[in-house]
Design a protein around this ligand. Structure first.
Ligand code: KET
Length: 459
């Protein structure tokens, strides 16, 4: 029987099944575990499944996976019917009204794109939108960066910060001689998974001191000092997640000297440029001192937070090389990483970013809106600190106003967090991290009550 005939017989037998076979009882008809309806018993029926195939799934052994420690908080929050619930889990900016914010400048850029009939939906190149890549490198390294002027930077558009880290990690696993990456302890929970799956081996360096709720600078220097020469070091460019603790400019300089003297390779994760200080340039300073010394480095940039483009998945990976010809070859290899992974990146988000960055007026509008977001978060810090002081909550809470960026690393333990979720419907990650960007003047008193109750009743 030829292929057309086989298809014909299949279509017919499907039709026959629909006409003859009685439907199963309606109460179970939507159950996903239910077996498919019995096929007709006609021995000539080419699509009749074997009895075993009809009743068991080839995936029956698949175990239920755990929810993600950060994004799973939103899943739990969405299921809670309480009217007083507050989501302080994922790092996503909310307005005073608790609503997601689309920046005015983003709306404006989108309108410009929609109104431009020359815009098409063709595939982008594997490396993404060329304008976007150039402007992204300028944003992080500075307009007058020698590395950019000397064409020593290979930049590729990637799927937001995560995708940039993943592509960078896989490039290093394929082409760099040292496969170990040192990440801070603690760090963003996805880092170890992203780098392990990229083919690197993950180790940690000390970063945070719970006793002082500040930087464990001594531990950091000792651990990086003991790392094998050439090892990769993941650094948060600013607004360290989850601790909200960054090195001072002097400490950054010492870290730079140590990294360069040992020949370690810095990989910056820049997910919060502009959110730490409100200034894009100030927040890129850590990266720029490493570019200024002429050495090599990688940077993963995200526009999720600072442009509010979370779901557009827009980011960039830049690799600063010693020379222009190395950068050309590096870019050619990045393409070989990207092409089989997702072929090429999406066009819309990158077009929004490029539209905003290339025009002085829209760029300035963005910086004003960004500063307003950063300022609102700082004001939340003060309001929460004052509210705890007013309640006489035991403990020193000054770290709430000292820490920077989107998060406060409260020091609350996982039992206290579980209590706050159960009794107060406050959703946050179990490590005690609060997304300050999810808080508003209206919800501060409720959070302060919850923290007060947790600290005074749960150890
Ligand atoms: N790096 C860091 C340090 C980071 O906090 C995030 C996101 C990312 C990269 C990736 O962001 P992307 O959306 O891929 O550009 N952090 C928040 C969201 C998440 O976990 O996905 C968070 O910590 O809540």
């Amino acid at each position: 029987m030829d292929a057309a005939n086989v298809r014909g017989v299949r279509r017919l037998s499907t039709l026959v099944r629909h006409l003859i076979v009685p439907s199963p009882p309606s109460s179970s008809s939507s159950s996903s575990t239910e077996a498919p309806p019995m096929a007709s018993q006609n021995p000539n029926d080419l699509v009749a499944p074997s009895p075993a195939a009809a009743f068991s799934s080839v995936f029956a052994h698949v175990a239920q996976g755990p929810e993600d420690p950060i994004l799973g908080v939103t899943v739990a929050y969405n299921k809670d019917p309480s009217p007083v619930k507050v989501n302080l889990g994922v790092g996503a900016y909310r307005t005073e009204e608790g609503k997601p914010l689309v920046l005015n400048v983003v709306r404006k850029a989108e309108q410009m794109l929609v109104n431009d009939p020359s815009r098409v939906k063709e595939y982008l190149p594997i490396t993404g939108l060329a304008d976007f890549n150039k402007l992204s490198a300028k944003l992080i390294f500075g307009a007058d960066s020698p590395a950019i002027q000397e064409n020593r930077v290979a930049t590729v558009q990637c799927l937001s910060g995560t995708g940039s880290l993943r592509v960078g990690g896989e490039f290093l696993a394929r082409h760099y001689h040292e496969r170990t990456i040192y990440i801070p302890l603690p760090t963003w929970g996805n880092h170890p998974k992203v780098f392990t799956l990229a083919g690197l081996s993950v180790k940690t360096y000390r970063y945070y001191d719970p006793a002082t709720r500040g930087l464990n600078f001594q531990g950091l220097i000792e651990d990086l000092g003991a790392a094998p020469s050439g090892a990769i070091v993941l650094l948060h460019a600013c607004a360290h997640n989850p601790t909200g603790v960054d090195p001072t400019p002097e400490q950054w300089e010492q870290i730079r000297q140590l990294i360069r003297s040992k020949g370690l390779l810095p990989f910056f994760d820049s997910a919060y440029q502009g959110f730490a200080s409100g200034s894009l340039d100030a927040d890129a300073q850590s990266v720029r001192i490493f570019v200024a010394d002429g050495g090599e480095l990688l940077t993963a940039q995200s526009y999720a937070k600072n442009m509010g483009l979370y779901g557009e998945r827009v980011g960039a990976l830049s690799i600063v090389c010693r020379s222009a010809d190395v950068a050309v070859r590096v870019e050619s290899q990045l393409k070989l990483v990207i092409r089989p992974m997702y072929s090429n990146p999406p066009i819309h988000g990158a077009s929004i970013v490029a539209t905003i960055l290339k025009d002085r007026e829209t760029y300035n509008e963005w910086t004003i809106e960004l500063k307003a977001m950063a300022d609102r978060i700082i004001s939340m810090r003060h309001q929460l600190f004052d509210a705890l002081k007013a309640r006489g909550t035991p403990g020193d809470w000054s770290h709430i106003i000292k820490q920077i960026g989107m998060f406060t690393f409260t020091g609350l333990n996982s039992q206290q967090v579980a209590f706050m979720t159960k009794d107060f419907h406050i959703y946050m990650t179990s490590d005690g991290r609060i997304s300050m960007a999810g808080l508003s003047s209206k919800t501060v008193p409720h959070l302060a009550d919850a923290i007060h109750a947790a600290v005074t009743t749960v150890n």
